[in-house]
Design a protein around this ligand. Structure first.
Ligand SMILES: Nc1nc2c(ncn2[C@@H]2O[C@H](COP(=O)(O)OP(=O)(O)OP(=O)(O)O)[C@@H](O)[C@H]2O)c(=O)[nH]1
Ligand SMILES: [Mg+2]
Length: 647
């Protein structure tokens, strides 16, 4: 058995690569109905005929000449690994676009299998592909598939050991061909063909530079660059454009030969919903409906009914009294007793908050969010908000990470890789840290606001939105860099897949229990220690000018802010518990909620920012966000009191 037989799964964004990866390897990779779900490579094993292969799932690409960071990840895989074969997953509805990538892989001279996925949706639109003819034209295996129904899966598996190099070849115009030859002569053998690499170099792919510097001598690179400039001087259009155009023509020719149109047989309802969801006017009632549904499901069912049940009944009547009794009986030391079941007890506070308050809320939010992710609504929301985001120097594509931030800011920082410029990525990271509440926190906030009034909810949402727009606008003025054109692939509206939603929700709950709950226990323990050393009082006194005078909150709120350092949702949960006990007036509730929403990102998010943008940026963001949160809360407090607003 050779361990190095790698199979690379590639294709355009949102075509089903991760579904196929999951089926081949029995390993779950996130699947959603929007482009850019996968931004990092994942690996899994598969065995065919007693032979093991390593399957590599990659971020979707529109071309193997990368435009954004996630596309670069995929291109780099080709340069680093010499794959045994490439499985290209294509959307049958978009054959021409897919063939553009097929031609690039063929240029690399790698054994290839082309999977024409989403056959069901293509058929609904009356699109049929002559598979046999396409096989002959490409000189490689072509398999049609409907991944979620496992159709084509067996065929893919059994084709992998016999994959062959496609024989199709794009001939570029003579000058380009001449220079491809010349540059090839300077190259030594790499994992992809010299011809493919020469074409990449001619395309002027900047992101290739680092790799070239490592693998070639400086004078060779200089010579190649001179050749490229020479070639450029002999043609009118930019070489990259010309090369792409000629490849596109070739892809178009093939598509024309194999595509057949039949009468469409698909339903009308889903496409109709898809259209109105982006309509400048009708899109708004639909958005309100979605928000209302979210509020009912997360705010009323999750934060109301379920929390009540878990907190008051399960924990309040059974677990906590029992824990107190058991601790009383079993533990001899008073201090340990207090640590487990006292005012800052690990069982009576940490577990109760984590399991009885936050878990039901996050679980309902995870379900709702997974449904939205699977339906294809999120990219449509991006289109709708394009204009607002333009004000902030961002395009609608940036809404995607923002909306995903409502799920989890940490993941969203990673998704910002789909944005093309550094400026956009930086602004998004900043806004995510400042003003986008994550699912856990949002749920708790919704729950608290639900108990107050609609007016309170509107004031909270309004303040956050104004802050978002204002700081986004400022950031776009301060941070230098160019703006890119808006281009976002809109997938069709699909019926959400129950299994996928369940797998995803369970995966996220598992993540929550494993990573978040221990942190919460740690947070409560820190509070306990501070309390025992009498430092809590000292801290509260130090924070008093800000918490009491500026924000107009009770001193005890400082504890929630301390918890908020670990995770913002714990901060919110602390407030939730205070409000439940009647320690916060409605105005104080709203002010504290706004402050905790704007509060610094949680630890996990902070580390992700460090990983993606570097320590300096991360610290810079915290240094801006922290005072901003208190100033924002303070300002709101002042306005609410000045105008005598009640809720
Ligand atoms: N109707 C239909 N839907 C499919 C098919 N294959 C995948 N999907 C859906 O298409 C969406 C995208 O699937 P993913 O596996 O996440 O796509 P991907 O290619 O990994 O996407 P990125 O990681 O964003 O590049 C999901 O909502 C899937 O459920 C298919 O054959 N038919
Ligand atoms: Mg994927």
């Amino acid at each position: 058995m050779r361990a190095d037989d790698k199979i690379i799964l590639v294709g355009n964004p949102n075509v089903g690569k991760s579904v196929i990866f999951g089926l081949l390897t029995n390993k779950y990779a996130a699947v959603s109905n929007y482009p850019g779900t996968t931004v990092e490579v994942s690996y899994g094993d598969m065995t065919v005929d007693n032979k093991r292969y390593l399957i590599v799932d990659t971020p979707g690409v529109n071309s193997l000449v990368p435009m954004s960071e996630d596309e670069k990840v995929t291109r780099d895989i080709f340069l680093q690994e010499a794959p045994f074969a490439v499985v290209q997953v294509a959307d049958t509805k978009n054959l021409k676009r897919s063939l553009l990538i097929t031609l690039q892989i063929a240029e690399m001279e790698l054994p290839t299998i082309l999977v024409l996925n989403m056959e069901d949706e293509a058929r609904d639109r009356g699109i049929i592909v002559d598979i046999n003819h396409l096989k002959t034209l490409l000189g490689a295996e072509v398999i049609s598939a409907i991944a979620p129904q496992r159709k084509g899966l067996k065929e893919i598996k059994s084709a992998i050991p016999h994959a062959v190099k496609p024989c199709i070849k794009v001939r570029y115009e003579d000058v380009i061909e001449e220079y491809i030859e010349k540059i090839s002569l300077l190259l030594s053998q790499v994992s992809i063909s010299k011809r493919a690499l020469s074409i990449m170099i001619l395309s002027g792919d900047e992101s290739l530079k680092k790799w070239l510097l490592i693998n070639l001598k400086a004078e060779v690179i200089k010579e190649m660059e001179a050749l490229r400039d020479e070639c450029q001087s002999k043609v009118k259009e930019p070489l990259s454009l010309l090369i792409n155009k000629q490849r596109l023509d070739a892809a178009g020719d093939i598509a024309d030969k194999v595509l057949k149109k039949i009468p469409a047989e698909g339903g009308k309802l889903l496409p109709f919903i898809g259209r109105i969801s982006m309509h400048p006017l009708w899109g708004i009632p639909l958005l309100l409906l979605v928000l209302y549904g979210l509020y009912q499901f997360v705010g009323v069912l999750g934060a109301g009914t379920l929390v009540n049940f878990f907190e008051k009944i399960i924990f309040g009547r059974y677990i906590n009294p029992m824990a107190v009794k058991v601790v009383e009986l079993m533990i001899p030391l008073d201090i340990i007793k207090e640590m487990l079941a006292g005012e800052y007890g690990l069982i009576t506070v940490a577990l109760t908050y984590a399991i009885a308050i936050i878990l039901p809320i996050t679980a309902t939010f995870f379900i709702a969010f997974a449904i939205l992710e699977d339906s294809g609504y999120l990219p449509r929301l991006a289109i709708m908000s394009n204009r607002i985001f333009n004000l902030m120097g961002l395009n609608g594509k940036a809404v995607l990470p923002m909306v995903l931030g409502l799920g989890c800011g940490t993941m969203a920082v990673m998704t910002s890789r789909i944005l093309e410029t550094k400026k956009e990525r930086l602004i998004i990271t900043f806004l995510l840290a400042l003003a986008v509440p994550c699912s856990a926190q949002l749920g708790v906030i919704l729950g608290m606001l639900g108990a107050l009034s609609l007016k309170a909810a509107l004031v909270w949402a309004g303040t956050i939105l104004v802050t978002l727009l204002f700081s986004g606008y400022l950031a776009s003025k301060v941070i230098k860099g160019e703006k890119t054109e808006f281009f976002l692939e809109i997938p069709p509206i699909r019926m959400p897949n129950i299994t996928n939603i369940m797998v995803k929700t369970l995966g996220r709950i598992e993540w929550y229990l494993k990573e978040a709950v221990p942190l919460f226990i740690l947070g409560t323990f820190i509070l306990f220690v501070l309390h025992k050393l009498n430092l809590l009082r000292v801290l509260e006194t130090i924070a008093s000018p800000i918490v009491v005078n500026l924000l107009g909150l009770p001193e005890k709120t400082t504890e929630s802010f301390i918890l908020g350092f670990l995770r913002r949702d714990y901060g919110a949960a602390g407030l939730f518990a205070m409000a439940e006990k009647g320690l916060l007036t409605p105005v104080q509730s709203v002010v504290s909620l706004v402050t905790i929403t704007l509060f610094i990102p949680c630890l996990a998010n902070f580390f992700m920012i460090v990983k993606e943008r570097g320590m300096k940026t991360a610290l810079g963001i915290v240094a801006v966000v922290f005072p901003f949160a208190f100033l924002g809360g303070g300002l709101l407090n002042w306005i609410l009191r000045a105008f005598n607003v009640t809720f």
